[in-house]
Write a protein that binds this ligand. Structure first.
Ligand SMILES: [Fe+2]
Ligand SMILES: [Fe+2]
Length: 248
């Protein structure tokens, strides 16, 4: 699967950029997404060096990489932006990321600090080519201390980075969540260990529950749509995690 259109209207598309089924991509399975608005691209969590070739090839079928104007990184992890040096070569994009992480991201081998645009803790928004906006929603400590989700007002899709992540056996990840009870078994371990406290979830939920969300698209695992969105919010509101479950 090269890519999948999650939403499409005049001048605006929200795409999932495919996955590698060959087993050659090492590490945890990761999703990359692309918004094309007014003919220009916003690339969301482009991923590590190991997925760069696949993501570039898939994008090239639909958009000239020179038209990628913006890149969003939800946080600093290598599976989010480890391939940044290559994206700096292939695109003229500005990178939007928590201002906390810019001086660390230099270690990914990027050479031009002026291409980073720091997002302040309270969040912000970005106006796309057509005049539509996406919003950077604070999601701090979920799991990174400088962490944002991205809400696309036009499509109603909320990109949630590692929140909602599910780790299936290799090659078994469905694109959309099918059986919620089974899906929970692939989400539990990650959320319990990588999130320090349920308080971070409660603060985040207060914000996102007010948004008109149609889909929740995480960086790992499957996408939640229709009734799965509400089920996901209900599930995560009650999880025990971090210090609640660690036996130290
Ligand atoms: Fe992460
Ligand atoms: Fe991740």
């Amino acid at each position: 699967m090269a890519f999948e259109t999650l939403y499409q209207s005049a001048n605006h598309k929200f795409l999932w950029l495919g996955k590698d089924e060959s087993g050659l991509e090492e590490g945890v399975q990761s999703n990359q997404y692309l918004i094309i608005d007014g003919g220009k691209g916003l690339l969301i969590d482009p991923g590590g060096f190991g997925v760069f070739a696949r993501v570039l090839v898939n994008i090239s079928q639909i958009l000239d990489p020179a038209d990628i104007k913006d890149i969003f990184l939800c946080h600093q992890d290598p599976d989010v932006g480890g391939g940044l040096a290559s994206w700096f070569e292939m695109t003229p994009a500005v990178v939007h990321v928590s201002e906390l992480w810019i001086r660390f991201l230099i270690h990914f081998g990027v050479n031009d600090i002026t291409r980073f645009k720091g997002i302040a803790d309270r969040g912000g928004s970005l106006t796309l080519s057509s005049g539509r906006t996406v919003e950077f929603i604070p999601a701090h400590f979920l799991h990174s201390p400088g962490n944002f989700h991205l809400f696309d007002h036009e499509s109603g899709i909320l990109f949630t980075g590692d929140i909602g992540a599910a780790v299936y056996p290799k090659g078994k990840t469905p694109l959309f969540v099918e059986n919620f009870a089974e899906h929970v078994t692939y989400m539990e371990g990650f959320h319990a260990r990588y999130i320090g406290t349920n308080k971070a979830i409660a603060i985040w939920l207060q914000k996102v529950r007010k948004l008109p969300i149609k889909m929740v698209a995480p960086q790992h695992g499957s996408i939640f749509k229709e009734e799965m969105v509400g089920k996901f919010f209900d599930w995560i509101s009650g999880i025990r995690c971090g210090f609640d479950v660690m036996d130290l």
